[in-house]
Design a protein around this ligand. Structure first.
Ligand SMILES: *Cc1c(COP(=O)(O)O)cnc(C)c1O
Length: 481
């Protein structure tokens, strides 16, 4: 199995086979069966994995994958997962080296972001969860830890208001929802021409909310927006947060690790002043899924939002296995937790910060190159500045058919197996989005993407234009937009 997986990674590195292919009905029926009462051989189960699952994954290990913000994985990460599974450590707490290794990753986090020694951190599934924890820390700072026993009733919590840009990830609004503050209490601020939060608009929104008796408590900056990679002016946001005594949280899901890259770190200036940072090691650092993380400047605030209330079987002792408090379970909602720290630690140990940072820089260089290729083609249109490693473009077509054409173009490119971009909307317009995270992607894949966009784009333009002239009722198919 191990050998097969190394072969698989080697084939991926060579860009063999399609990025993605739809799973045939036979693959689905192969795994559909009642709860097995008797076991089968490992070979048999492995055969099902090899034949019916492995070939029909999303393809994020393949160099042609340019879809969502996905890490590509590494052999080191794969082996670390195997070691972790063999050890089967539970990192909720107690006194053992796996927990100590998680603390070591926290110490590296402090170092990377120039946070003080009093900063705390904890692994979670992903940045959706890390942003949620950030909102909970901010909530307990604003209302006092009693909000945890009394809830929002009688706390004046109804007046709390938070801020983020319109380009912020939807999980920030979701975090407000989950925290009982309501997604409507997130005031979404317009972005400027570069896609970053408009700080003048923010200042006036805060003024307006204060005049109306609301209580600003949280400012969420975005370090690398999911649609275009835009970075908010974090230093300016830190100033505004300080002036109004707001908790300053940074959603750096992928962008925060730009700190590993010498050329990108200056663009994240101000992140070192955040009160908390959410980030994912499973994106730009390619640690296998999942490896989300939150770093909190003041460990006391972090603990105050989550500790205590533990069952007596979780009591701490001065010695023995129940020593070493606080435990990771005191910093978040999870009790049983996997050994995410091992694959993260091993990735950093084996590849080193410099090389991981260089891979991040390289992906931005590839994006600039792809942006150039788009600009060189009169039939293609670049739809957003290339801030980092994300390129948004579309095939030019009359506005009336552009969205339909580009949506079908996306499906055609994905179906070709050559490249797998995703889509988003910019100013309401449907665009193709190439997110170049994969360290295996080379110029050949970028050229392949452009070729596929041109070939399929021209064919679709012909087809749609012909429908237009022959009077086919195209509107009947796009009325649902
Ligand atoms: C990916 C992403 C998230 C969500 O993180 P998950 O790890 O998928 O939960 C949040 N914000 C940004 C900017 C992201 O790119």
């Amino acid at each position: 199995m191990l050998e097969d997986m190394f072969d698989f990674l080697e084939r991926m590195s060579g860009g063999e086979g399609p990025v993605w292919q739809p799973a045939p009905a036979s693959a689905r029926t192969a795994i559909a069966e009642p709860l097995p009462q008797e076991g089968c051989s490992l070979e048999q189960a492995y055969g099902l994995f090899r034949d019916s699952i492995l070939p029909y994954a999303v393809g994020n290990a393949h160099p042609g994958f340019m879809g969502w913000v996905h890490g590509a994985g590494t052999p080191v990460g794969m082996l670390a997962e195997m070691l972790a599974a063999g050890l089967n450590a539970n990192l909720g707490g107690r006194d053992h080296m796996p927990v100590e290794l998680e603390r070591q990753v926290v110490r590296w986090g402090r170092e990377l972001f120039a946070f003080p020694d009093t900063a705390s951190g904890v692994f979670v599934t992903g940045s959706s969860m890390a942003n949620f924890l950030g909102v909970l820390v901010a909530r307990s700072r604003a209302l006092g830890p009693s909000v945890r026993t009394d809830g929002m009733q009688g706390q004046g919590g109804g007046a709390l208001v938070a801020y983020a840009s319109r380009a912020a990830h939807a999980c920030v609004a979701r975090a407000m929802d989950l925290a009982g503050l309501g997604s409507a209490a997130l005031n979404l601020i317009d972005v400027d021409g570069s896609g970053a939060l408009d700080t003048d608009a923010l200042a006036s929104a805060i003024g307006c909310d204060l005049r109306q008796g609301r209580r600003p408590f949280l400012l969420v900056g975005t370090a690398g927006s999911v649609d275009t990679g835009a970075i908010d002016d974090l230093a300016a946001l830190a100033d505004i947060a300080a002036r109004h005594r707001l908790h300053f949280h940074v959603d750096g899901a992928f962008g925060a690790l730009g700190m590993l890259a010498a050329d990108l770190a200056p663009r994240l200036g101000g992140i070192e002043r955040a009160d908390s940072i959410a980030l994912d090691f499973h994106k730009w650092m390619h640690v296998p899924y999942d490896a989300g993380f939150i770093l909190v400047r003041d460990g006391k605030h972090h603990l105050a939002a989550f500790d205590g209330g533990a069952h007596s079987y979780l009591a701490r002792e001065p010695g023995g296995m129940s020593a070493g408090s606080p435990w990771p379970c005191d910093y978040g909602p999870d009790l049983s937790r996997g050994f995410r720290a091992l694959k993260t630690w091993m990735t950093l140990k084996v590849y080193g910060a410099r090389r991981l940072g260089a891979a991040i820089s390289d992906s931005c260089e590839r994006a600039r190159h792809l942006g150039e290729l788009v600009r060189r083609q009169a039939e293609l249109e670049l739809m957003a500045p290339v801030h980092l490693n994300i390129v948004c473009f579309r095939f030019r077509a009359p506005e009336g058919i552009s969205d339909e054409l580009n949506s079908r173009l996306l499906q055609a490119i994905q179906g070709s197996g050559i490249a797998a971009p995703s889509s988003t909307r910019i100013d309401g317009k449907y665009v193709l989005r190439a997110a170049l995270f994969n360290h295996r992607t080379g110029r050949a894949q970028l050229a392949g993407l452009i070729d596929a966009a041109l070939v399929h784009g021209r064919a679709l333009l012909d087809e749609l234009a012909r429908q237009e002239t022959t009077g086919t009722d195209r509107n009947s198919t796009c009325r649902n937009y």
